[in-house]
Every structure is written in C-alpha cells, then in structure tokens.
Write a protein that binds this ligand. Structure first.
Ligand SMILES: [Zn+2]
Ligand SMILES: [Zn+2]
Length: 91
C-alpha cells in the first residue's frame, strides 16, 4: 500500500496502520448455498480502517466483505483522504 496523498504529490513515505477500525453493525449477512452448491456470504456490513504515513497524511479505507460465490461485495475499496495537517499554522 502507498499513501494516496503521497501518490498525488509524487512523494514516497512509510505507511502505518492507525488504531481506528469501525465495522457497521447491520445484522448478520445472508449465508446460503445456491442450487449449484456454491457457498454465498452476502454481508451488508462494511469495515473501515484508518492509516497514516510518515509525512503526516491520514486516510481511511472502507472495504466490503466479498462473497466467494458471486460478484456481491467485490467493488473497489473506498479510499478517503482526511484533511491534511496544518503544518504552517500561525497564530
Ligand atoms: Zn502521505
Ligand atoms: Zn454471492
């Protein structure tokens, strides 16, 4: 993984996992086997993790639980860049 803000700035950095992890609680997913015996796990919950880089950028990545039997939940994770720290703040 690379920091999405550093990618924009064409910089490099170290990336760290933050301590913020959130999972939505929308109840259990739909677990079933279809007519072909294929296992499906349609979990509506999403997990969000936070990350930061050695340049002080922060971002979150929201992922869904991908069903092993079909396309459910196989979309790209949503990356959201949080506000850049104000390094040049003056009183
Ligand atoms: Zn960065
Ligand atoms: Zn499925």
């Amino acid at each position: 993984m690379k920091c999405p803000q550093c990618l924009k700035n064409e910089q490099t950095s170290l990336c760290f996992v933050g301590n913020f992890v959130k999972t939505t609680a929308m109840g259990g997913g739909l677990l079933y086997w279809d007519e072909a015996g294929t296992y499906h796990n349609h979990d509506p919950n999403r997990s969000t993790g936070s990350y930061h880089c050695s340049r002080g950028h922060r971002w979150t990545i929201m992922t869904r639980h991908a069903c092993p039997g079909c396309d459910f939940g196989h979309m790209e994770p949503e990356v959201k860049i949080l506000a850049e720290p104000e390094l040049n703040t003056r009183e």
